[in-house]
Design a protein around this ligand. Sequence first.
Ligand SMILES: Nc1ncnc2c1ncn2[C@@H]1O[C@H](COP(=O)(O)OP(=O)(O)OP(=O)(O)O)[C@@H](O)[C@H]1O
Length: 206
Amino acid sequence: MVQKGPRPLVLCGPSGSGKSTLLKRLLKEFPDKFGFSVSHTTRAPRPGEKNGVHYHFTNVEDMTASIARGEFIESAVFNGNMYGTSKQSVDDVRCTGCICVLDIDVEGVKQVKGTDFNPLLVFVMPPSLEELERRLRARNTEHEESLSGRLEIARKEIIYGQEPGNFHIIILNDNLDKAYAELREFVFKNVEEKERDPKDQKAEEK
Ligand SMILES: Nc1ncnc2c1ncn2[C@@H]1O[C@H](COP(=O)(O)OP(=O)(O)OP(=O)(O)O)[C@@H](O)[C@H]1O
């Protein structure tokens, strides 16, 4: 299948490593260049959430069938609800010419690797587990139980993230300005347009 539009960008890293902070900066500096795909979920909409904007709200039966048909690039269950990224939602962003950004965990990355989406894979690395804990505490979004759970998962994710070949680049987020500059340079060096005419592609294959 020939995919239109630029290569998607996957940002992965332990909770608190700085993915959202880095992405927010990228989107602020280049508002027209990036787009988030709209995920599917079986959880109920929260007040103010719009279907097709914040999520595609669906049910377990439909989502399970859709996954079985191979229509998702990754999916997971959190707190008893299903979440996932459909191929269509990534294509919707690509077709606009924007770089589709996916913020997914290690399990999601493993699934994406089995698809033909060929994304750029970035691992955001915290300076240490101690600093990660400090940042998560400072963010003030977790209670103690959730914090220790996140740190336990972080330990495993860091091992996977550092294994050679799992990511195209590992960005150490010890200094935000430096980490951001590294991400920006990597993205613009590597995201190339794939809007090739199928005829040209055939010629290249000869
Ligand atoms: N280089 C840095 N130095 C100090 N603090 C940072 C740095 N990068 C991010 N932070 C802070 O660390 C906290 C965690 O960052 P952020 O919320 O971006 O992580 P995340 O990887 O998106 O986490 P989650 O997966 O839980 O959403 C935030 O409060 C953020 O302001």
